[in-house]
Design a protein around this ligand. Sequence first.
Ligand SMILES: Nc1ncnc2c1ncn2[C@@H]1O[C@H](COP(=O)(O)OP(=O)(O)OP(=O)(O)O)[C@@H](O)[C@H]1O
Ligand SMILES: [Mg+2]
Length: 239
Amino acid sequence: MSDRVEASVLEISELTKRFGGVTAVNRCSLALAPGRIYGLIGPNGSGKTTLFDCITGLIVRDGGTVRFRGRRIDGLPPHRVAALGVGRTFQVIRVFPELTALENLLVVSRRDRDGALRRARELLAFVRLDELAAEYAGNLSYGQQKLLEFVRVLMLGPTVVLLDEPAAGVNRTLLNELLAAIRRLRDEGRTILIVEHDMKVVMGLCEHVFVLDYGEKIAEGPPEEIQRDERVIEAYFGR
Ligand SMILES: Nc1ncnc2c1ncn2[C@@H]1O[C@H](COP(=O)(O)OP(=O)(O)OP(=O)(O)O)[C@@H](O)[C@H]1O
Ligand SMILES: [Mg+2]
């Protein structure tokens, strides 16, 4: 095994996904080191969500490999990928409105009920939703529902957390809660890959950014460099 594989907690190599005539992800390679916050950006339809879907086993890729801690996870079903330690949120909110905030966390399967209850309460406090534990999720604000979805991913203690636009539509106060929580996760040694359209958020949060355009990785590097990259500027503003 190369040094690069060992240094990466998640390594995606030459990943490809086609939908009929559309190549949504095109031979995309990225490597994530432990304990860092990465950004994944690109215009609408550039393949960001599809990449997450391939990594987490929600859709079956057409080519390429995904390694988690050196072990192949491509081809595994979503629950296996999640159980191994790769968690993700969805672009469209998937909380259960008719369950309480607390119950939304408890539905994530765990054998140890007492442990799950303790963990769920800790996580609600982590994003300051503890006072709303007994509230129906459907009664929470949009931003609070996004935070709830975010902490639900943390119930299984993931090593890698994939966040698909967690900040979209979230007000300033809750956004700051979210950003602080993401930094705390990093400080615990977890790896975060976040899809985000707001460049200010990306610049302030991410140490390294990957840029997709038409499913291809066109650039990667520190956010300050990415912002000045000709191909990135062209992808965002050139058409
Ligand atoms: N289930 C599907 N069937 C057919 N085409 C799809 C499917 N899912 C995605 N696509 C296409 O694949 C391409 C990539 O879409 P994807 O949703 O991954 O982009 P994205 O970067 O997440 O976009 P956005 O920023 O709008 O969320 C688009 O052309 C999209 O229309
Ligand atoms: Mg998307």
